[in-house]
Design a protein around this ligand. Structure first.
Ligand code: RP5
Length: 166
């Protein structure tokens, strides 16, 4: 892999059942042309791989890790425990508690090891990726310009909205 295509954002998720939600993070990274990788890493089914991923993240060049998980969602917090790369946590909707369990598991990190936590589901996944883009844009003017343009287009679309009034 050339230096230019080396992933700078890692997208990980506890199961392939999380993909429906997490694909929205990958879509944003693709839209902005951010080199990334995406894979399943389960906190409870693959703990050794999870620690290996976190421990090597910084030296491999990752500048942000987007971690999605559902239920008793340990993945973002445990990854954050093993790396200083910013971890952006996405609560995936769960079968019985609709993701409120995932949200509370991810957001309530004790002081000292932060996980930036996003909304449950698709919006959270997309916003986590937009935040990763913003982190990179702090030292990348071209990416910053792309982000400004993305926001300007949203503003224009909102201003053009009409309502079906008689
Ligand atoms: C978590 O358990 C995953 O993040 C997923 O949201 C949830 C259910 O996983 P599966 O049983 O569908 O593989 O680890």
């Amino acid at each position: 892999m050339s230096e230019q295509n080396k992933p700078v954002v890692g997208v990980i998720m506890g199961s392939n059942s999380d993909w429906d939600v997490m694909q929205h993070a990958v879509a944003i990274l693709k839209q902005f042309g951010v080199p990334h990788e995406a894979q399943v890493i389960s906190a409870h089914r693959m703990p050794d791989e999870m620690f290996g991923y976190a421990e090597s993240a910084r030296s491999r060049g990752l500048r942000a890790i987007i971690a999605g998980a559902g239920g008793a969602a340990h993945l973002p917090g445990m990854v954050a425990a093993k790396t200083i790369v910013p971890v952006l946590g996405v609560p995936v909707p769960s079968r019985y508690l609709r993701g409120e369990d995932s949200l509370l598991s991810i957001v309530q990190m004790p002081k000292g090891v932060p996980v930036s936590t996003f909304a449950i589901g698709e919006a959270g996944a997309a916003n986590a990726a937009l935040t990763a883009v913003a982190i990179l844009a702090a030292t990348d003017d071209a990416l910053a310009a792309q982000l400004e343009d993305f926001r300007a287009k949203q503003t224009a679309a909102a201003k053009a909205m009409t309502l079906p009034l008689e």
